[in-house]
Design a protein around this ligand. Structure first.
Ligand code: AMP
Length: 727
């Protein structure tokens, strides 16, 4: 348990019933009957405290702090109010204020252990290990059974040991600049770094190793991660999630996704891209998907900076193998907006295979009998996307043989299927349709269904429980019914599995390992179908399904940073392009220049000619996809080459060169063999890509937003120091 795990003020009611302000006041409780506090004031204080607890539970720490301030105003004699407000301040990083409140709490009730643990948490977060140790020890002295102080002391001890390992410094100021690995997931993100000879997953400020990829705009500022997700039902229009589903895509391409997003997504008429509109400070404000993703990336960057005690600039970010060029570019742009130099974009299954490969290498180094050449199938079923890849590991060299997947398939779809079933069952039983058209009700139901779905992975029955207004939903649900409802979705996964095998011309028997990645691979039926498909083969679960991708990205980061050691020195990654690349010819025929599954980096040249006599210009339209007609493929960009040799149709010879770099990013050049006329694709004018100016502008906006957040925080602090009510 980390110090943050017990920061919830609502624990008081369970932990320390005599102090619970939700219980009837006891006549002999001196703090509740001081001469200066009238019964009316006391009542107001208790109401404010209850409201504060509710906000805190919903993750609205600033709003909660306001209520606790109101409670303190009404009754300044109650230690619990200070303690609760201290927890709020500690949660949002207002550490001086958190310390002050904890000290006040101890002053009022020195025999209460929790005051000391509050103080310990705030001091620990501030980096004052000695102070935190003293506070926790104080708590144990007055309350020898205080578990939180005990855990806090253990945490301090661990941090001190780490400090000693780092040569007495808190910061890891080693000469090699760390390159963090970020798994930017549809539903959750994870950050990892190579440190002390291994990839380490870093916990965020809430103590969690994965962070919901959620962003919310509230009256008290911007929230990212768990705090954003927790307040979603109260703030549906301004809580953004699933943005990975629309990044790099055209508005017209992602109507299905947009339909189920409770926030406003509109079309940018100039680019055809989706734009998210949110009310910020009572004004509608537009954000691109990359700007919102940048906010999540920024949180991951900050997590790493706090954990490593140094600024972080460089990163490797993972994307689904099936992501096209525009989706990759915009993910990279999101990194740039977040202030990151994205050294490499790598495929999620490849990263997972790296994690697996490292695990195997460690096993081999430890003397285990590991085959030097292995074919691995990585089955990655996450929250929003599904990827399956076949890789070959040969003496430490990873080659992706084929990839397939579905950018519209994942845990969210299972939640939707379950929610739809529950909603229609409820309608049938009660005769009331309480969900249709009510975003808030639907969000609550989906949250409840996700919880139930997770429980059904470990038990055969669970209840779907939630409150919608005055309606209480409490519906028993079986694993069998869940499996029936989701079976068509599960079966869709197998189509991609067949496809990767076909593409790589490999039989099922040639697959040595099946590696499971992604939270949804915990679903027993998914595992069963997959195993059955491989004639009952056991599935490999040695890599952590939620962390393997970030872990692998950190391994790649270590290789790129030069922080090579015996563990990473023999690993080399060879990726492939996920979709064929080519140009449009006469009659919209698609001429492939680079076939899918070609290893990257790669450079391919093909000769083309003119279709009309004396034609001196050609429009080069670049597509990706597998269809023979460009109408079925995805337009990446276009450019014109002028100054072609004046000759009869079919005589000029124009080389078209496709170059894909290690990030999977593409440059196309066309050159006339006779005149030497040449043109490149102007990628910055692509429909799918941001121009450097746009990136610059967005960086500035992100910077301003950061500055605004900090300013708001400073103003809050100042107001608090002045004792203002409206924080
Ligand atoms: P990922 O994108 O890999 O983080 O996966 C997140 C998805 O995994 C979400 O849809 C979760 O609901 C789902 N998930 C996590 N744990 C479980 C579980 N025990 N059973 C079923 N689904 C799960």
């Amino acid at each position: 348990m980390g110090p943050q795990d017990w920061l919830r003020p609502d624990c008081y009611a369970e932990d320390t019933p005599p102090d619970s302000l939700t219980m009837p006041a006891k006549k002999n409780n001196k703090k509740k009957t001081t001469a200066n506090v009238s019964p009316e004031q006391r009542k107001a204080a208790l109401e404010a405290k209850d409201a504060g607890n509710k906000e805190f539970t919903a993750g609205n720490y600033d709003a909660a702090a306001k209520h606790f301030t109101a409670a303190i105003e009404a009754d300044p004699t109650d230690h619990v109010f200070y303690s609760n407000r201290s927890a709020c301040y500690a949660s949002v990083g207002k550490l001086n204020a958190a310390i002050e409140d904890a000290e006040k709490c101890i002053e009022i009730k020195p025999e209460w252990g929790k005051g000391y643990s509050r103080l310990g948490v705030a001091l620990f977060k501030k980096g004052d290990l000695d102070g935190a140790q003293k506070a926790y020890a104080g708590g144990i002295a007055c309350d020898p059974n205080n578990v939180q102080c005990d855990d806090g002391l253990a945490e301090v001890r661990k941090a001190k040991e780490q400090q000693m390992l780092n040569g007495g410094k808190m910061a890891d100021m080693s000469l090699v600049e760390p390159v963090i690995g970020i798994d930017l997931g549809t539903t959750y993100s994870c950050v990892s770094v190579w440190k002390d000879g291994e990839a380490q997953v870093l916990a965020n400020s809430e103590g969690d190793r994965t962070t919901p990829s959620w962003v919310a705009f509230t009256d008290d500022g911007r929230l990212v991660g768990d705090s954003a997700k927790r307040q979603a039902a109260q703030n549906t229009k301004r809580t953004l999630f699933n943005v990975k589903r629309i990044i790099g895509r055209q508005f017209s391409e992602c109507q299905e996704e947009i339909k189920i997003m409770p926030f406003t997504v509109k079309e940018d008429k100039a680019t055809g891209k989706p734009i998210i509109e949110v009310e910020v400070d009572d004004e509608p404000k537009d954000f691109t998907p990359e700007q919102i993703s940048a906010m999540v990336l920024e949180k991951m960057k900050k997590t790493a900076e706090v954990a490593l005690g140094r600024p972080i600039k460089k990163a490797v970010i993972t994307v689904p193998a099936y992501f096209n060029d525009a989706q990759r570019r915009q993910t990279k742009d999101a990194g740039a907006i977040a202030g990151l130099d994205v050294l490499r974009i790598i495929n999620e299954p490849t990263a997972a295979a790296l994690a697996y490969g490292l695990d195997q290498k460690n096993a081999a180094d430890a003397g285990a009998d590991v085959k030097s050449t292995q074919n691995i199938l990585v089955f990655d079923l996450g929250g929003g996307t599904f990827d399956v890849s076949l890789l070959k590991i040969e003496d430490g060299v990873f080659t992706v043989l084929s990839t397939a997947g579905d950018t519209h398939l994942g845990g969210e779809d299972f939640d939707t299927a379950l929610a739809e079933d529950v909603s229609s069952q409820y309608k049938k039983k009660s005769g009331q349709d309480i969900f249709t058209g009510d975003d808030r009700a639907q969000r609550k139901l989906r949250t409840a269904c996700e919880r139930t779905k997770r429980m059904l992975s470990s038990s055969t029955g669970a209840n779907v429980e939630c409150f919608v207004g005055e309606h209480e939903i409490n519906m028993p649900y079986t694993r069998a019914r869940f499996e029936k409802v989701c079976e068509p979705l599960f079966q869709r996964c197998m189509e991609s599995v067949k496809r990767v095998l076909d593409d790589a011309k490999m039989t099922k028997a040639q697959v040595d390992e099946i590696v499971l990645v992604g939270g949804s691979t915990r679903i027993p039926r998914v595992q069963a179908i997959l195993s059955e498909h491989f004639d009952g083969k056991a599935l490999c679960k040695s890599v952590h399904p939620d962390e393997a991708v970030a872990f692998g990205a950190a391994v790649q980061g270590a290789i790129l940073s030069g922080a090579r050691d015996s563990a990473t020195s023999n690993l080399l990654l060879v990726d492939v392009i996920p979709l064929s690349l080519g140009i449009e010819c006469e009659g919209k025929a698609f001429a492939k220049v680079v076939p899918r599954n070609t290893p990257v980096p790669c450079k391919k040249k093909q000769e083309f000619s003119t279709v009309q006599d004396y034609q001196q210009e050609i429009d080069v339209r670049i597509f990706e996809g597998e269809r023979s007609n460009t109408d079925g493929n995805h337009l990446l960009g276009e450019f014109q080459i002028e100054g072609i040799e004046r000759a009869k149709a079919g005589e000029p010879k124009i080389d078209v060169i496709f170059e894909v770099n290690t990030n999977g990013l593409l440059t196309v050049t066309a050159r006339d063999q006779v005149t030497g006329a040449q043109a490149d694709v102007k990628l910055q004018h692509d429909r799918g890509r941001l121009t450097p100016e746009e990136i610059d502008r967005m960086c500035k906006e992100a910077e301003e937003m950061r500055a605004e957040d900090e300013r708001a925080e400073r103003e809050n602090l100042a107001a608090m120091e002045r004792g203002d009510d409206d924080m």
